[in-house]
Design a protein around this ligand. Sequence first.
Ligand code: LLP
Length: 437
Amino acid sequence: HGTSKINAEGHLEIGGVDVADLAKEYGTPLYIVDEALVRQRANEYVSAFEASGLKFQVAYASKAFSVMAMCAIAEQEGLSLDVVSDGELYTALQAGFPAGRIHFHGNNKTPDEINMALDANIGCFVVDNFVELHMLNALAADKGKKVKILFRITPGVEAHTHEYISTGQQDSKFGFDLGNGAAKQAIEEALKLSNIEILGVHSHIGSQIFEVDGFRMAVDKVAAFAVQIREELGHTFQVINLGGGFGIRYVEGDTPLPVAQYVAAITDAIISNFSAANFPLPEIWVEPGRSIVGDAGTTLYTVGTMKEIPGVRKYIAVDGGMMDNPRPALYQSRYEAILANRANEANAETVTIAGKACESGDKLIIDLELPKAETGDLLAVFCTGAYNYAMASNYNRFRRPAVVFVKDGQSDLVVQRESLENIVGNDVIPARLRKSL
Ligand code: LLP
């Protein structure tokens, strides 16, 4: 998929670059991002919304992969940006991302984070709870500013990836409940606050969703709420944000829809619900993360040691693991992989790819079909663009890998590999302990 192919030497090539050359130049483990595919995915969202005729913003959920070069691409593709921390906000601002297109999420924003975002004049806060609402109003008042907000509401639609549960009251740490009146009360309170301007509401039903039903159900609930608020409180929402969650194909059997179909389901549901209620058509915002960067990422590892337990299992260990991709250990997520330097060879054995963390659960792929792997071979694991670098850790004091963007035969380093100096960079030995060394 994307620009990936097998070249004449039988090597995996991405963005016109042989990954064996990338391994030589940058070392492994290495995150490789197919820049053209990221841009294509971004464009699929923008084009689909343009086709709807509605006003829109596509905010890339930077939690999926937040680095400055990615913010630059999002900016060039006309996306907005969803950030959830001072770190993601700082990354965006340092990359020169226009503050007016930044939306700030989070269920426990600190006063420092709110002040930082107020000083940067970001476009919108997604307010999660009553404490935040009043804190934001007070901090904005201190600075003599009026801030635009969306309320995050819990619509009572929950996606368990393949099915939806519609509940009256949902147990979630996020947002204001629609069912118990909290959402209406929040709007009522906010209408009295002079440093707050309510743009509308936000709903996010889950992640790695394949079907459109859940989004439709969420639109139905949000639209009914918009009508209720206009009737009962006289306030008209201008913006409806439906969050992210659009699925991607990790392995055979995953059946995501094309981006355009998710967007059409949402925009159709918005148009029919709001037209039926004689309500001015709102602006639609979405927040895709995984579906922008997920399938554009590949992680390249070098095969190291092996262990065969006759009749049981053969382990092939690579030079990374749960520290660069915690998803298999955390969520039992599945991935596809190939031997990138022998991509034309027939599969010959079933193996388990082990990471090198000191933890038995550190298995990246269980029961993977591969040609007979040898020490020094390169293993490419696909669809690692989202929630991999973003969730990487220094567990066992391993160094986080480098990230390169590839495009048109060229590779560019966008994150350096961490150094051993970085590993101890924040450590301090107090003087009283130093004496004994
Ligand atoms: N908007 C909100 C409010 C969210 O909470 C999320 C994801 C997104 C947008 C983006 O969702 P996406 O389009 O990427 O599905 N670490 C997990 C995924 C956590 C998603 C959290 N929220 C994983 O690795 O699967």
